[in-house]
Design a protein around this ligand. Structure first.
Ligand code: PHE
Length: 457
């Protein structure tokens, strides 16, 4: 991002914006979360619902968030307020921005724990811990990590320190430059893993699992999880894209950028899925092994493939990096808010955010061992509960507000002007944000709330 002669910073070009938004979107959500929820919710039919959600809810909402940011040209809350007032509505809409900050903070607390796992695995990869591994040794490696709160808290601290270091000292431009190199590198690495998948003899089974919809395996909860994940993976519902949109120069097309970022994000998730499920089926494992899936499968591939030592190191390095660039955008929302509201200097605000988020994250750490039996939401430990509460309740709730706001409150001529869309495209978009998104999101929200109150059978 460059500081132009005008007061507000701007992305230097279209590619810089696409890279930054992709850096935020592509993260643990794609490589860790998408495969494991796909495994848990039965494969193909789940993937199909997820793809429909990306297309019908994700892309229109990403466009909405970016356009609010660009039109408001300010912090998320203030952008909402300005855009509302411009259309003659109450400035209280700024609440949508504030609510997103709370969601960002809560997600950061457990995101950093998983980011810590990724660093731990980078360390294992360096030590050659995957060499000649079997399903059992790789499974044990992960169980040992989960069983040790001290070790996990340490990696969690390391990950949090990395993120806060960048946010606190504002070396943003460095990260942006790194993203430009490392994201394409990650892509190449995933291609290598997909090619490897075809040598395992189970690529067919993996493709079949991912892309042949078997609707008898799809549950109502699965539909809701797919919807929530569309928000999570595209970094929506946290005003993250509102902030990014505020730095977007006018000549860049919001529609084109949103579609590009969404496609890149989806392709990364699907490639990770193909690679991971090939290993699952080649070794007779179960797809539904939960949050440990990526950590119990790919190391097995690295341990048994030519050049696996280096590829393993490179992969976990990229995973840490992808998680890091996402965590930075999660933390930036909180830190920027603290600076704006309490006028604390940036390094202090970052330290404070990091410490509190780390401490709250310890509850997630403990939920895998000492507090494993403590259920916050019936049937879910603290880690799962926080994930559920944020992804499936808070994000859709903000998404709903955003959709209603751009669909019904913001004057149509303003959104048309901002999107620079032809009548057909604008009509299509407005139909999505006015009707499709709110109706679907309301269903997600209502149902999630309902099931969260019911004890799990
Ligand atoms: N989209 C990121 C992922 O898939 C998570 C994230 C959400 C990052 C919101 C920033 C803001 O991992």
């Amino acid at each position: 991002m460059t500081n132009s002669t005008t007061s507000a910073p701007h992305w230097s070009n279209r590619l810089a914006f696409i890279m930054a938004a992709t850096g935020s979107a592509v993260g643990l959500g794609n490589i860790w979360k998408f495969p494991f929820i796909t495994g848990e919710y039965g494969g193909g039919a789940f993937v199909m619902v997820y793809l429909v959600c990306i297309a019908l809810i994700g892309i229109p909402l990403m466009m909405a968030e970016i356009l609010i940011g660009r039109r408001g040209a300010s912090s998320p809350s203030l952008s909402f307020k300005r855009v509302a007032e411009e259309s003659g509505a109450t400035g209280a809409w700024s609440f949508a921005g504030t609510f997103g900050v709370l969601a960002s903070f809560l997600i950061l607390t457990f995101y950093s724990v998983v980011g810590g796992w990724a660093i731990a695995y980078l360390w294992h990869a360096f030590q050659g811990a995957f060499d000649g591994s079997t399903v059992k040794t790789i499974g044990d490696l992960f169980s040992q990590l989960l069983a040790s709160p001290v070790e996990m808290a340490g990696w969690h601290a390391a990950f949090m320190a990395l993120s806060m270091g960048v946010v606190g000292f504002g070396v943003h431009s460095g990260i942006e430059r790194a993203v430009t190199v490392l994201m394409p590198a990650m892509f190449v690495l995933l291609i290598i893993l997909v090619i490897y998948a075809f040598t395992t003899g189970a690529a067919g089974a993996s493709l079949d699992f991912l892309f042949t919809p078997n609707f008898s395996r799809l549950t109502t909860t699965g539909v809701l999880v797919a919807l929530g994940h569309a928000f999570f993976t595209l970094s929506l519902g946290m005003s993250n894209m509102v902030a990014y949109g505020s730095y977007l120069p006018r000549h860049i097309s919001i529609t084109g950028a949103s579609i590009t970022v969404s496609i890149l994000d989806t392709v990364v998730a699907l490639m990770a899925g193909i690679a991971i499920f090939s290993v699952v089926f080649a070794h007779g494992m179960q797809p539904s092994m939960g949050p440990g899936l990526v950590f119990k499968t790919l190391p097995l591939a690295f341990g048994n493939m030519t050049g696996g030592y280096l590829i393993g190191i490179a992969f976990f390095f990229m995973l840490v990096f992808a998680a890091w660039s996402s965590a930075i955008s999660l933390s930036e929302a909180v830190v920027a808010r603290l600076i704006a509201v309490y006028r604390i200097p940036r390094p202090k605000a970052a330290l404070l955010t990091g410490l509190v988020a780390w401490a709250v994250g310890l509850l997630s750490v403990l939920s895998f061992n000492k507090l494993a039996n403590f259920k916050l939401i019936p049937g879910k430990n603290i880690f799962d509960s926080l994930d559920f509460l944020t992804t499936n309740i808070m994000l859709p709730m903000t998404g709903l507000m955003v959709a209603l706001f751009v669909g019904w409150i913001m004057k149509k001529e303003y959104s048309r002007d901002e999107l620079e869309a032809g009548p057909t495209l604008h009509k299509l978009w407005i139909t999505c944000v006015r009707y499709i998104t709110p109706i679907l999101v309301l269903v997600v929200f209502a149902y999630n709330l309902y099931t969260s109150l019911l004890p799990k059978s």
